[in-house]
Write a protein of this length. Structure first.
Ligand code: GLU
Length: 496
């Protein structure tokens, strides 16, 4: 389905332009070099929110011209992650590799204006040049070796078998980026050197392709991560050289880990598809991500995607870096799980339950009713959906494994009497229900002549093997009489 979408959208750029003349358009432009991480998801989200809020369109563009860096499968991975998060785009995905002729056309236009030149320097020469500059204490930049070659010199270099790349003659002036989040950011005139627009394999560089595309596709606001701010003076210079109208720019701050270092895999999960596998809810994740660098007007914390659209504005995006706190995200996830409707939650839990071997494919209605009771009993105990594997094992695994909390109560001299009474009273019932559960426990209390903790702990331990767990009534009503008897008998054996 995803592949079909890619094919269908081979050349919609003209379409977008015609359809959106004069209207607002933003884009999310990931490179297929891995997975969608928290930072990328936040860029996608802020663009989505801005488009929805202002009646504009969101374009998804895959920046895949750097074939060497492309990681197989990452386009589909990114697309699936966006779909899972509920971030719908209006146009695309458009792949840059389907547009190589267009970049060449614009490169020729710049050449015709005398604004570019072929550069024959080899990677080794560029490396030596960089090293020399670093030794001399200057910031490495292109030294302009090929800027003013004569036609004869060029011919000679070609004859040596050198394949040129094309460099843009950076104008000798400072560039001001008018950033909607950061205000005016001035880049002094020597900040940018003559940079490559077409590589020697005749494919465009990032800075060139992005300008051509944003122009051709009618993008009116470029909102992206702060790491691209340094690229913006290059891009602005290209807009001017190509006489394109300038979009607006907004650069969103970095996300730091709690130790204030740049966030990376070392700080725990950062990839959206891993969050999904670990059992985060998309609604919780997107809510958490929205608060990384954006603060809603009323300090509210919980938002659906639609509510975020309503509350979103660029002027509430912070200039300072955001700090990523996995504990807060975990807490938020648990809150979302708690609030969720049982039917929906069960559907989301089924894959994890299947994985644990608790359920198989045939969902009989009877089975589903039992599963719903389990969900209701456990939902307040889950932080991640995957916690169901641990939490629900008491309902599916009759081989009790005693935990530390359970062992304590097995030492009490009243416990054997509780077990005995429990087993006997079970014989009087076909099932324990919420209606008869009080009476059921009362009978065991009377028979065993124990109460309080000394009664309740052994009841729990006798049928779950655990010192803690969901509400006792829930456990009694979910397990069958046969299951409870079997478990009690085995624990009585263990205690002998
Ligand atoms: N392809 C770039 C990236 O993945 C984004 C470039 C842009 O938004 O201009 O970082």
């Amino acid at each position: 389905m995803i592949q079909d979408k890619l094919l269908e959208n081979k050349s919609p750029e003209k379409e977008c332009k015609e359809q959106n003349q004069g209207t607002l358009k933003v884009r999310f432009a990931p490179s297929p070099t891995g997975y969608l991480h928290v930072g990328g998801a936040r860029t996608a989200l802020f663009n989505y929110l801005y488009a929805r809020k202002n009646g504009g369109a969101l374009l998804l563009r895959i920046e895949d011209t750097d074939l060497k860096r492309e990681i197989e499968g990452s386009i589909n991975r990114i697309i699936e992650d966006m779909q899972w998060l509920g971030l719908k785009w209006d146009e695309g995905p458009i792949r840059q590799t389907g547009r190589l002729d267009i970049y060449r056309k614009y490169a020729n236009a710049l050449e015709d204006k005398g604004l570019t030149y072929p550069c024959y320097c080899t990677p080794e020469e560029l490396k030596t040049n960089r090293e020399k500059m670093m030794e001399a204490g200057t910031t490495p930049h292109y030294n302009g070796a090929c800027r003013d070659l004569t036609p004869q010199q060029r011919e000679q270099k070609s004859a040596e078998g050198r394949k040129p790349c094309i460099r843009f003659r950076m104008p000798d002036k400072s560039v001001v980026v008018k950033d909607l989040i950061r205000g005016d950011v001035v880049f002094e005139k020597d900040f940018v050197d003559d940079f490559i627009i077409m590589k020697s394999d005749n494919t465009p560089s990032y800075n060139f392709a992005v300008v051509v595309d944003d122009h051709e596709m009618g993008v009116t606001l470029v909102m992206r991560g702060e790491e691209h701010l340094v690229n913006t003076p290059r891009q602005i210079s290209l807009y001017e050289a190509l006489e394109f109208s300038m979009p607006q720019f907004a650069h969103i701050s970095m996300i730091l880990s709690p130790d204030r270092k740049k966030m990376s895999k070392r700080h725990g999960t950062v990839a959206v598809d891993i969050f999904r596998k670990e059992g985060y809810l998309p609604s919780a994740l997107i809510n958490y991500i929205s608060l990384l660098g954006w603060s809603p007007p009323d300090n509210r914390e919980f938002f659906t995607l639609d509510e975020m659209v309503e509350a979103f504005s660029l002027d509430r995006i912070a200039k300072n870096p955001a700090v990523y706190d996995i504990e807060k995200l975990r807490w938020m996830n648990s809150q979302y799980i708690k609030e969720m409707d049982n039917e929906k939650l069960l559907d989301m839990l089924i894959p994890f339950m299947k994985d644990a071997g608790f359920v198989d494919d045939d969902k009989t209605p009877e089975n589903r009713d039992k599963l719903l009771l389990i969900v209701d009993a456990l939902k307040s105990r889950l932080v991640l959906l995957s916690d169901i594997k641990e939490e629900a094992s008491i309902f599916f695994d009759d081989n009790l494994e005693l935990d530390e909390g359970a062992k304590e109560s097995l030492e009490w001299d009243t416990t054997p009497a509780v077990f005995k009474a429990f087993l006997e009273v079970l014989d009087e019932y076909d099932a324990i229900t919420s209606e008869n559960s009080r009476e059921f426990v009362k009978k065991i209390q009377k028979k065993s002549m124990t109460k309080g903790k000394k009664l309740y702990m052994p009841l729990r331990v006798g049928i779950t093997g655990k010192g803690h767990g969901p509400e006792m009534v829930a456990v009694l009503t979910i397990l069958s009489i046969e299951q409870m008897k079997k478990r009690l008998k085995s624990i009585i054996e263990i205690c002998k």
